[in-house]
Ligand binder design. Structure first.
Ligand code: 5AD
Ligand code: SF4
Ligand code: FES
Length: 348
């Protein structure tokens, strides 16, 4: 019965919600088999290559109040900073020399970064580094803003949906935030021709196994080019300070299911996974992930960008992280490469 479900998933990429739920409930018995198949499927599209993205955390200001996040506007203890356009370009210069061919500009929803400022930054990066992809991860913006940024040359956009269940969304966010708006943003981004990344936290408060099965159905149908998942980790200055962290095992298990559902998806082993377990990122790669996103932010701002407690790599320079990761990943039989690393679906 389980073996048949695994076969069906590998060969069709489609299970229904009840079938995904069955696998989730039997994760102990199925995870090794699913991880082996996930790695085999990944190899079909990407060989042993692991893509790296240079993550530039441009602002720790955020106007939102997500209950789980240390950067929430209501956290008066959070340290706030913004990078200037020059600082962002300079971080990219450092990254290019280290072999990065994708830059991810990530930040809280900070109204300081107007379309005009961001368009300037994106154009400068694309002029200077035409061989690189620019990914934005700046939260919800309007259609016109997304359009201008795409026109300026942005290639990809990451916007986690956080949960595919509107009722659960309401338990993670204050009333001003809307599940429907988040979904509309994802649709807008797709219609504008971005490679789109969705995603969610594993083990976020109130999440059930049913919710996780629902996540897989959502991903199966929306088919994002990228999927970012990581364990929920509590932050001491948030309403969820006392909640339990999400599990590394469940995260890795879901990475395998996602790989088998979306064989060519770009799937990072996230910093949250590396924070929850010292070998979390290696475990993620061995479960089917194929992307790493080391931090390229200037060292003096790193400890100010804290979504959760205990974040790794806040004391290291980009060059140190890259060396560290190369050594770690070699042990998994994979290899970090210098490449834009587009989704195999886009370049096909
Ligand atoms: N633990 C894990 N992930 C978090 N994120 C925000 N806060 C936390 C946390 N406490 C994730 C969210 C968000 C992304 C930027 O980081 O999924 O989309
Ligand atoms: Fe802001 Fe993103 Fe944190 Fe929510 S998760 S508070 S939108 S930075
Ligand atoms: Fe940053 Fe290991 S990846 S120190």
């Amino acid at each position: 019965m389980l073996e048949q479900l695994i076969e069906k998933l590998e060969h069709t990429g489609r299970l229904d919600k009840a079938e995904y739920l069955t696998l989730i409930q039997h994760r102990k018995e199925t995870r090794d088999e699913l991880a082996a198949r996930a790695c085999k499927v990944r190899a079909r599209y990407y060989g042993q290559q692991i893509f790296i993205r240079g993550l530039i955390e441009i602002s720790s200001f955020c106007k939102n109040n997500c209950y789980y996040c240390g950067l929430r506007a209501g956290n008066v203890h959070a340290k706030r900073y913004r990078l200037s356009s020059e600082e962002i370009i300079s971080a990219a210069d450092t990254g290019y020399a280290l072999g990065f061919r994708t830059f991810v500009l990530q930040g809280g929803e900070d109204p300081f970064y107007t379309d005009e400022i961001l368009v300037g930054i994106v154009q400068t990066l694309k002029d200077r580094y035409p061989d690189c992809a620019v990914t934005l991860s700046l939260g919800e913006r309007g259609y016109e803003s997304y359009r201008l940024l795409r026109q300026a040359g942005a290639d990809r956009y990451l916007l986690r949906h956080e949960t595919a269940d509107p009722a659960h969304y309401g338990l993670l966010h204050p009333a001003e935030m809307s599940f429907e708006r988040r979904m509309q943003c994802l649709k807008d981004l797709r219609s504008l021709g971005y490679q789109v990344g969705a995603g969610f936290m594993v083990g976020s408060p109130h999440q059930t196994e049913e919710n996780l099965a629902q996540e897989l159905v959502f991903l199966r149908d929306f088919r994002p080019e990228m999927v970012g998942i990581g364990p929920f980790l509590p932050h001491h200055d948030t309403p969820f300070a006392k909640e339990l962290p999400g599990s590394v095992e469940m995260t890795c298990f879901l990475l395998s299911l996602i790989r088998l559902t979306l064989p060519d998806v770009l799937l990072p082993a996230t910093t949250a996974l590396g924070t929850a377990d010292p070998n979390g990122r290696e475990k993620g790669i061995m479960a089917g992930a194929n992307v790493l996103m080391p931090n390229l932010s200037p060292a003096h701002v790193r400890e100010k960008y804290l979504l959760y407690d205990g974040k790794i790599c806040t004391g290291e320079e980009a060059a140190q992280c890259i060396e560290c990761l190369k050594n770690r990943i070699r042990k998994t039989g994979c290899e970090i490469v210098t490449a834009r690393g587009d989704c195999a679906r886009t370049v096909r």
